[in-house]
Write a protein that binds this ligand. Structure first.
Ligand code: NPW
Ligand code: K
Length: 509
């Protein structure tokens, strides 16, 4: 499956460009869309007695008319319900004229549990909250228990944001066209789509070069060319040196989890940088990972320079407060002098809650030399709110858009975590992750993610790609375990996920 995602505006541009180039005109695309929907209904529900087609006033309704015509031709009892009529001369009006089935009002819509409902009310053109007779039809479909096949999007779901406008259909299957939309992958939309089927309706892929999509599904295709596999000439320092800052004696486990994960992600060397009181406890638990006693920001900077540290993780278990701020500012200064990747998680994010601009200015320094950001912020929604309260509360703004604006403001790649984690870059690229398992929501899981990303950064992987690959690998590792997963399991699960990637047999799914 391709990885570009199109907003509703970009999708209508794809329709427009495709129609202008031919060979398929608008009515032909609509016939192809209707055929894809009818095919799905007939193959999935061969026993269905009656198929109820809810048709809206626009081209989504037109797809419904086209599907109904084919279903009736196949011998199905197809009943079509429509409140308004399509605009004269539109493609939908043409599809209605071709259909030759009676039109029923919504008051006649009474599906039974054994029926199928084709939801062709609204797709890309949903412009406001659903209300009135449309909302009642949606509620009836949801309450009936009938299987719902949604055309393009479950009606009520915003294709751009994945948010519900008013109310929305709960589909068992969603048939969409040419490319997925962000709303199919973002919650709550993802849960409303059921199985999502992508149908080819004849739009040529080369229209994408004119559209230039900036939102992607996070699959290996997005970053595999930049993945830093070692080659025959690699030695350990060529594979990067990661420093992970440890908290005090009772909060040192998070750093060790991040450190071993950085090592598993391929970093040539990893050192836990520990305050004096935690050196002993860290020493008792570390083997391949090295350990250095560091108590001040100056010592950290000197060590980083002497030992050619190429990335660092700061935050997990570190402690919230001015000490964290001082370490971070010192590291940012280091990053201004040479290429240096910095992953900020947990306490490093919260430490700047009172003065986010101070953090954003410091991050601007990192990578200023190379002109590319080298810092990654990994907030969950609660931490995001501490740094970007206005964006956290922005009504109706999609998660990718919130993450994008945050990335631009912070001069950093932002990994906005959750069941639909979004990775966004200051240049406007955003990827939505889809391979996570709910079992990943466990203490220490974020520390592992921070370590993986730092491990990839240390090997020179570009920042956005390292963040996206880190999120994917983290989720892939978690998916290999399932129930009972704890964060300690994750580093040991990484080799299998990496092997599959290495062997190239997981380019798409
Ligand atoms: N040839 C093509 O272009 C192809 C298009 N394709 C298909 O077209 C779909 C996009 O079609 P579309 O742009 O006509 O939008 P659509 O989703 O039908 O809705 C627009 C209508 O709904 C109305 N409306 C909106 N919100 C409303 C509300 N809350 N409550 C009530 N009314 C509301 C809105 O009214 P208005 O806002 O103008 O008042 C307008 O009348 C796309 O999803 C795909 O299925 C495929 O066949 C491929 C070829
Ligand atoms: K629909």
């Amino acid at each position: 499956m391709s990885f570009e995602l199109l907003s509703p505006t970009e999708m209508s541009e794809a329709d427009r460009l495709s129609i202008a180039r031919g060979p398929h005109d608008g009515p032909a695309l609509m016939r192809n869309a209707g055929a894809a929907v009818a095919r799905e209904v007939l193959s999935r529900y061969p026993q269905a007695r009656t198929v109820h087609v809810l048709a809206g006033p626009g081209n989504n309704g037109g797809d419904g008319f086209a599907a109904a015509r084919l279903l009736a031709q196949a011998g199905v009892d197809a009943r079509v319900y429509c409140e308004g009529r399509p605009v004269a001369g539109s493609d939908a009006a043409g599809a209605l004229a071709d259909m030759r089935l009676p039109l029923l009002g919504f008051d006649a819509f009474a599906p039974e549990e054994t029926d199928v409902v084709v939801d062709a009310l609204f797709g890309a053109g949903l412009a406001r909250a659903i209300g009135g007779a449309y909302a009642q039809a949606v509620e009836k479909a949801n309450a009936s228990g009938a299987c719902v096949v949604a055309v393009d999007l479950p009606s009520g779901l915003s294709g751009g944001s994945g948010l519900v406008l008013g109310t929305a259909i709960r589909a068992g299957v969603t048939v969409t066209f040419f490319r997925l939309k962000p709303g199919h992958l973002l919650y709550p939309g993802r849960a409303l789509c059921g199985d999502t089927v992508l149908a080819d309706i004849g739009i040529p892929a080369d229209v994408l070069s004119e559209i230039g999509p900036r939102t992607f599904r996070n699959t290996p295709e997005l970053w595999r060319e930049t993945f830093p596999w070692p080659h025959s000439g690699s030695h350990k320092y060529a594979r990067g040196h990661v420093g992970v800052f440890s908290g005090g004696p009772s909060a040192s486990g998070a750093a060790r989890l991040a450190a071993i994960s950085a090592a598993r992600a391929g970093a040539g060397a990893v050192t836990v940088l520990s305050p004096k009181q935690a050196v002993q406890v860290n020493a008792m638990h570390l083997t391949a990972v090295m350990l250095k006693w560091i108590d001040t920001p100056e010592e950290a900077v000197n060590f980083a320079k002497d030992r050619k540290m190429s990335s660092a993780v700061i935050g997990p278990g570190f402690g919230v407060g001015e000490r964290c701020v001082e370490f971070l500012l010192a590291l940012a200064g280091l990053g201004a002098e040479s290429p240096f990747g910095l992953v900020l998680d947990a306490d490093a994010i919260t430490s700047f809650a009172d003065a986010p601009d101070r953090l954003f200015e410091a991050l601007a320094a990192i990578g200023a030399q190379t002109g590319r950001e080298r810092a990654v912020l990994t907030p969950h929604e609660g931490e995001f709110r501490r740094l970007f309260p206005d964006l956290a509360d922005a009504q109706g703004v999609s998660k990718p858009e919130r993450a994008r604006r945050a990335a631009e403001r912070a001069n950093a790649v932002v990994i906005l975590k959750g069941p639909d984690t979004v990775i966004a870059a200051p240049d406007g690229r955003a990827a939505i992750n889809v391979n996570a398992t709910p079992f990943l929501a466990t203490a220490g899981s974020g520390d592992v993610l921070a370590g993986i990303v730092a491990g990839l950064l240390a090997q020179g992987m570009p920042t956005f790609e390292a963040a996206a690959a880190g999120v994917w690998l983290h989720a892939e590792a978690g998916a290999r375990f399932g129930p009972g997963l704890i964060a300690e399991d994750l580093p040991a699960l990484l080799p299998a996920a990496l092997s599959e990637l290495y062997n190239g047999d997981r380019t798409s799914f």
